[in-house]
Design a protein around this ligand. Sequence first.
Ligand SMILES: Nc1nc2c(ncn2[C@@H]2O[C@H](COP(=O)(O)OP(=O)(O)OP(=O)(O)O)[C@@H](O)[C@H]2O)c(=O)[nH]1
Ligand SMILES: [Mg+2]
Length: 320
Amino acid sequence: MSVIVSKTNLLNELLNNLVKEIKDLIAVLIVDSNGLIMAQQSNKGFKEEIFEVIISIVEENLEKMKKYAEISLGSGTIHMNEYQLFYVEMGINNQGLFVMVTDPYSNLNDFIPYSYLVAEKASNILNNIETSIELPKINGNGNIIFDDHSSSFSKPNKIVIIGSDSVGKTSLVDMYLKGKTGNNYIPTIGLSVNKRSFEITKNMSIDFQIFDMGGLKSFKKVRKHYYQDAKVVIILFDYSKLTTLENINEWIEEARNFIKTPQTNYYLVGNKIDLINDRESIQSSALDLSYRNNFSYYETSAFTGEGVDELFTSCISNLL
Ligand SMILES: Nc1nc2c(ncn2[C@@H]2O[C@H](COP(=O)(O)OP(=O)(O)OP(=O)(O)O)[C@@H](O)[C@H]2O)c(=O)[nH]1
Ligand SMILES: [Mg+2]
């Protein structure tokens, strides 16, 4: 029981942080797969009775979600006379919906990239994964702003990690930052961000942020908002699933499309090397691709930890 209570508390605190940050939001809700409200927060001016209308709309969508949940994590916008709704499905196990409500005149689209961060945190809470409920700031253009100790003139030290769903992006980041990773596949909902500091000497350290993106097709549209000012791009593929290397050009194109700075360092990384005995032929195509594109090439296992520190130390050295 106490576990359930604290989950609800955490979800409510998270949503409260969101409505404090985005004043245009009339309400935010987390609804379970049966249409029951798990958490809700609202800014004033929201009529309680409208919850019923919202829930009935959400219920209609839950039917669709149950049908297609295996394939994608959908999202959508619903327009009503008095309100606009944006919802994101959370988790492949029909865990529920994250729903934002604004008035019809708000630029709801501006908040959507940011809202995925919240949905991802809510999904972590529901999956018992340790997560911070603090949220970054959002500026007038809907961009996510993390406080950074670097001077206000310099750009944040941003590392983005991309690649097909399930190749091990989140696992790799967890292994590097926490020294451990789970076995279950829990798709990243749009975006997860980790902020850390790397100690170079006793008196000198560097702050950096890792933007870990959701690789599922359903997040393609929103990912474009997260690339801006990336200094390092890690493109991950899975050694045990060749198609993730075969389609790597789509990822290279996506990144290049949204990152215009020529100084950005790219890394091609083959993950899950623990699953493969003979990796020679895949390795030679990956090396060839890296050479042609002027990328660095690394191999890792998020399970055994092999190559993980080496990869991130090299990425961080590029931020200096
Ligand atoms: N054997 C092995 N399994 C791994 C490795 N890395 C990740 N996995 C497993 O692969 C699955 C997917 O891992 P995630 O880290 O969630 O994948 P992701 O790339 O973040 O996926 P999205 O968030 O959907 O884009 C999970 O079941 C992990 O446990 C690895 O190095 N070796
Ligand atoms: Mg992930």
